[in-house]
Design a protein around this ligand. Structure first.
Ligand code: NAI
Length: 331
């Protein structure tokens, strides 16, 4: 029997938290044979709601769920965790300046970084979901210097999955037959969803998406803007932001990171940039990665055409500006 893995979910009383914790407790994130202990953190105004989520987890009688810690104490929440999914954050409210939102999140991620650094299990893997996801992850990295940079990532898998979904709808093929799209850069509307290396499994073998779609205007236009603006379209339709798809993507991200990507397949993850593909170094930038033995590696050597180059640079520029804004909040 496997030892339980401790999984922290911050912001667990929120929308994504509510969709995510049952997935984790069912083994969607770490496998159907992996027992888990859930650590759920939220802030005092949400304590009662958080306790309600805990009651429901008990009521669901999940066989893999070996314990639940529901708390508003960040140290208790972080103690001994092997995986940390950071969903809690300060949302942008009407009339708020970008800098005010950044400032709130910088202070949250700075203090949670210290708690993780001091109390999480060694080699804890961290996934930041809360927006601005890339820059929150960067702040977490900067203020948890003893956690290896490789262990701190942000979620762009939802954007990646949205891109797979759009291609599958366009071609009327199974989404599971589409692979190797790439999300470059920031989890924001400046992200670049790139299909230049994506393929579809067909009865006559693997074919490039560009060859099958035969509609460059769509691929270079509407496809990109649909993926970039999908979050806003969900809000418009649901009056709430994406939650089930975000939770599912968070499970995909951690599962592939821990258990590995299938041979010949890559996924998109926001990771600490080493300057690959001339992306700015020292920001959390989304790249194509493969995972093996619990470690991600950026896929190297993909050709970047002129159209793509501009888009990689634009989203990189935005991340550099966000980094500067975040640092200006610290001083
Ligand atoms: P929500 O507002 O329903 O839940 C957020 C929860 O975080 C609330 O329960 C709140 O009390 C809690 N919280 C606030 N400050 C906290 C702190 N310091 N420590 C612990 N918990 C804290 O929001 P929702 O819809 O669940 O979204 C969560 C975040 O995920 C948002 O920042 C959203 O923008 C982001 N998001 C990111 C996506 C991605 O692909 N990277 C996709 C969708 C959402």
């Amino acid at each position: 029997v496997k030892e339980p893995v401790r999984v922290l979910v911050t912001g667990a009383a929120g929308q994504i938290g509510y969709a995510l914790v049952p997935m984790i407790a069912r083994g969607v994130m770490l496998g159907a044979d992996q027992p888990v202990i859930l650590h759920m953190l939220d802030i005092p105004p949400a304590a009662e709601a958080l306790n309600g989520v805990k009651m429901e987890l008990v009521d669901a009688a999940f066989p893999l769920l070996k314990g639940v810690v529901a708390t508003t104490d960040v140290v208790e929440a972080c103690t001994g965790v092997n995986v940390a999914v950071m969903v809690g954050g300060f949302p942008r409210k009407e009339g708020m300046e970008r800098k005010d939102v950044m400032s709130k999140n910088v202070s949250i991620y700075k203090s949670q970084a210290s708690a993780l650094e001091q109390h999480a299990a060694p080699n804890c893997k961290v996934l930041v979901v809360a927006n601005p996801a890339n820059t929150n992850a960067l702040i977490l990295k900067e203020f948890a210097p003893s956690i290896p940079a490789k262990n701190i990532t942000c979620l762009t898998r939802l954007d990646h999955n949205r891109a797979l979904g759009q291609i599958s709808e366009k071609l009327n093929v199974q989404v599971s037959d589409v692979k190797n799209v790439i999300i470059w850069g920031n989890h924001s509307s400046s992200q670049y969803p790139d299909v230049n290396h994506a393929t579809v499994m067909t009865p006559s073998g693997e074919k490039p998406v560009r060859e099958l779609v035969k509609d460059d205007a769509w691929l270079n236009g509407e496809f990109i803007t649909t993926v970039q603006q999908r979050g806003a379209a969900i809000i418009k339709a649901r009056k709430l932001s994406s939650a089930l798809s975000a939770a599912s993507a968070a499970c995909d991200h951690i599962r592939d990171w821990v258990l590995g990507t299938p041979e010949g397949t890559w996924v998109s993850m926001g990771v600490y940039s080493d300057g690959s593909y001339n992306a700015p170094a020292g920001v959390i930038y989304s790249f194509p990665v493969t995972c093996k033995n619990g470690e991600w590696t950026i896929v190297q050597g993909l050709a970047i055409d002129e159209f793509s180059r501009k888009k990689l640079d634009l989203t990189g520029q935005e991340l550099t500006e966000e980094k500067e804004l975040a640092y200006s909040c610290l001083s």
